[in-house]
Ligand binder design. Sequence first.
Ligand code: ZN
Length: 713
Amino acid sequence: MKRITFLRSAVAATAVGGSSLTGLEQALAKVAPLGPLLTKWGGPYGGIPPFDVVKATDIKPGLMKGMELLRAEIKSIVMNPAAPNFENSIASFEDTGRPFGQAQTFFDIYTSTMNDKAMQAVEKEMSPILAALRDEITQNEPLFKRIKAVYDARESSGLTSEQQRLADVHYTRFARRGANLDTEQKARLATINQRLATLFTTFSQNQLADEENLTMVLESEADLAGLSDDLRASAAAAAEAHGKKGQWLLTNTRSSVEPFLTFSTRRDLREKAWRMWTRRGDNPNQHNNKATIGEIVKLRTQRAQLLGYPSHAHWAVADNMAKTPEAAMVLMTKVWKAAVARVHEEVADMQEVADREGARITIEPWDYRFYAEKVRKAKYEIDQDEVKEYLQLDKIRDGMFWAAGQVYGLDFVKLAGVPVYHPDMSVYEVRHDGDRVGLWYFDPYARAGKSSGAWMNEYRTQERFREPTTPIVSNNANFIPGEPGDPVLISWDDAETMFHEFGHALHGLQSNVTYPTLAGTHVKRDFVEFPSQVNERWLSSDEVLSRFALHHKTGKPIPRGLVERIKRAKTFNQGFKTVEYLASAIYDMKLHMMTDPNAVVDADAFETKSMAEIGCPKEVIMRHRPTAFGHIFSGDGYSAGYYVYIWADTMSADVVEAFVEAGSLYDKATCRRLRDTIFSVGNSVPPDVAFRNFRGRDVDTNALMRDRGFPVR
Ligand SMILES: [Zn+2]
């Protein structure tokens, strides 16, 4: 199934993770020392990020100085009197921005995991400056001319296929970002981009404010009805952290609200919690996001039209596998119909339970998770709390390592003494046949200032361009730590998310390309979730469960009968999951297909209208309501791009069928083919070709329908 997460990748066209200083940088460094943020990472394991010496206050000056270095590097490319060729233009450009990229990596890490007030101020100040830098580079005419000259001659100048692809990627980025516009248009574009950067930051900081400031106090034992000891303990801990020792507190985050909606027997409190959660960014306070959304959407339409596209969606999707928003809509509509039909069945099942219990209610959105859980117990005899007893965070992590060992031949060795930015973190060396593949950092626990959800981040990109460089990646999550020494128990969904994010990590780690721009997860948006979704599948393999799903008290493996029931329930609640996701994805696409450049959209009214148009069942709402839909409003990355999860899942479902055909998820030949055609090639091969190299044909979307238990017509 899909997993909704952030995957952070390099922001700037030029910001490549990296290593060596050029002669020019060394000359500059002599004038003014670069400091730890900008100096090539030293130390063991091919160099490691100096979390022990860099301070948060170094980040802004580091970025500013890194920008100056980058400008100087670009100037030297542009001033080269020799005619443009691959080496002196594309390759030299690929080599720029290494110190800047390091500073940006620290900026990304701190703003997503250590975002205190001081850091938020830096983020607010730097976001438009960084956006302006991107436009300054895109709009550098002599630079673009050199890149275009190499691109135009790419097929006749003796380049390797990877070099041709690199020229293509760089040229396309420049062209898509307005390098061909006239001076006046370029100025307008830069103004729009800087304003958008500020609006994105405003949006995400507003969302974070409502998540951190709005909470629900549970005052007495009666308010806790239905909650497990585990949930009570974390509610008590949350209360204490908010200065309400002796009470219980529901924080406004997914990881605390969803379990409450699933288990609380207090319908009135479920509704209250649901309203708090779904109104993030939509409250009558200074953090309301509606005006911000209106301005973002308007500016995006104006920008798209400046760039020659009818709408933002047309611009955003053009460079993806889907190519057009209409193609994405065709897929979503096909799945939508089947999923809505399934929701009606699910609601009927739940209503029956409610009626039988004499509840005298009609199922509402705040009832869905609660009654779905009852149906799950009745129909499949699965109790999520029972499953949780077998899912220990540390053991599941070991299970991920083990599966990656079986599938790809990787070993994970825990390291001591490697600097980290928070004591909760651990670091592993990843090896293949004894050789270092890269490093994996793990930041598992929730804390103030950390983005919610789970994601993968890349600290250093694989390459062997100037010198062989091994990747450094991280996985980040928001688990609640237990008492010291106690195992942290996680849900089945959380375990799947861990495997998912680890799939992104494996995609980054196993990259084997020449140029960092083409490495690992730097692929098309609607391809990037595919390897991570594939990796989820190993969790439910008997081999992993029998070894790593061990009871936290007895150490006994999860009983076979329970595993069988979990597998039988695989498509359970798939109507709800698919509809809440697709409602968001369709909203995103419809909103960004608007073509009126002056319209200021009302985010809520558009939600009501678009949900009515597609016939969204009243019991389900968008997984991310507009005012807290960070994927599409806290940056451009996933805008008109929330569809990518289902697009990618057509490929992952089809790949899993290849394993089924081969007889096992651990079939050696199929595993090797997966690594060689998908996990190692990054964007050095066009994505449709990469898929064909694995499967021997184009993707069959019916595999996805079968996977979700929807009828294939
Ligand atoms: Zn993902």
